[in-house]
Design a protein around this ligand. Sequence first.
Ligand SMILES: [Zn+2]
Length: 84
Amino acid sequence: MSAKKTKEEMVLQAKTKHGENAFDYSEYEYVDSKTASTIICNTCGHHFRMTMNAHTRGSGCPDCAQRIIAEKNNVQELFFSYFY
Ligand SMILES: [Zn+2]
């Protein structure tokens, strides 16, 4: 018996971490948790390659991550321009 996980198990684990509809795994080809494959972001539609290892630990769409950082910076700029 193999201890290797199936794509379905990995997708379930990823959905537990990121939410049911956060990502589309229809393009994802599961080889093993250390082999990157295509994940589609349902928020911005970006296709990116990532290992399931990183993804199930919380790494998501790189585009959305950058946008969140950019939005945080904008908020800080607004904050500073208001008070100084
Ligand atoms: Zn995204």
